[in-house]
Design a protein around this ligand. Structure first.
Ligand SMILES: Nc1ncnc2c1ncn2[C@@H]1O[C@H](COP(=O)(O)OP(=O)(O)OP(=O)(O)O)[C@@H](O)[C@H]1O
Length: 227
């Protein structure tokens, strides 16, 4: 189907660790995510949520199986192709904002666009629009250190939207925020994902947020199952 944004087929991943020997994490995971779908990934700590997001985000490669992004099978793809696909189609949000401290909010959102070859004026205008979308029009010239935790995370989310990705991957995106701030930021994140018609896979431990998602998946014995 043409609206498949992410497809994992038979994905296996085993880590080798000095002390524990081989540690099988994913053992044939299958998952399909369509445009406009918001899916939560909830599983106990250490069962492979970040591993799955890294594979889906082309930051790592599976031992076996395939990862398809927007219809492109990435198996055997050269690093340059994977990097371009990641830059053009995938936005990431992590638990920690990872903003560059010496750049303003606006510059942080401009940066991925400049790397993608967007002209400076266009990147600046897009950054302003995105920061406006997250209620930060009055904070564009602020350095991250002068922003609240919720504002920092909103900038990081705006940055993830900067290159118009088809897929948003988020790993505990509000895990560092207090409950009330987390609630607001999560709502804004979902509204932006829905507004722009993206697909999103969001790992979270926060059970209260699950009702706002379209479906919930978990990891069981290295497989992805519906919850
Ligand atoms: N590069 C690596 N080398 C060896 N073991 C690893 C590596 N990365 C992760 N692991 C192990 O694989 C398991 C799964 O890790 P992962 O980070 O995917 O879990 P998680 O479900 O995201 O956990 P959490 O909810 O605590 O963040 C853990 O036991 C972890 O220690």
């Amino acid at each position: 189907m043409s609206d498949v944004v992410l497809r994992l087929s038979g994905v296996k991943k085993t880590y080798q660790s000095g002390e524990d020997g081989s540690l099988p994490i994913l053992q044939g995971a299958d998952f399909t995510l369509h445009a406009g779908e918001l899916v939560a990934l909830v599983a106990p700590s250490g069962t492979g949520k970040s591993t799955l997001l890294h594979l889906a985000g082309l930051l790592d490669t599976p031992d076996e199986g395939t990862v398809e992004i927007c219809g492109q099978n990435t198996h055997g793809m050269a690093d340059a192709g994977r990097t371009a696909l990641r830059r053009d189609q995938i936005g990431f949000v992590y638990q920690f904002h990872h903003l560059l401290a010496e750049f303003t909010a606006q510059e942080n959102v401009m940066l991925p666009q400049m790397i993608a070859g967007v002209r400076k004026a266009e990147a600046r205008s897009k950054a302003q629009d995105l920061l406006g979308l997250f209620g930060l029009s009055h904070r564009v010239k602020h350095l991250p250190g002068k922003l609240s935790g919720g504002e920092q995370q909103r900038v990081a989310i705006a940055r993830a939207f900067a290159n118009n990705p088809a897929l948003l991957l988020a790993d505990e995106p509000t895990g560092n925020l207090d409950v009330r701030t987390a609630d607001g930021v999560f709502d804004e994140l979902l509204a932006a994902v829905r507004g722009k018609g993206l697909a999103a896979l969001v790992a979270t431990h926060n059970e209260e947020l699950l009702a706002r998602m379209d479906r919930v998946i978990t990891l069981q014995d290295g497989l992805i199952v519906s919850r």
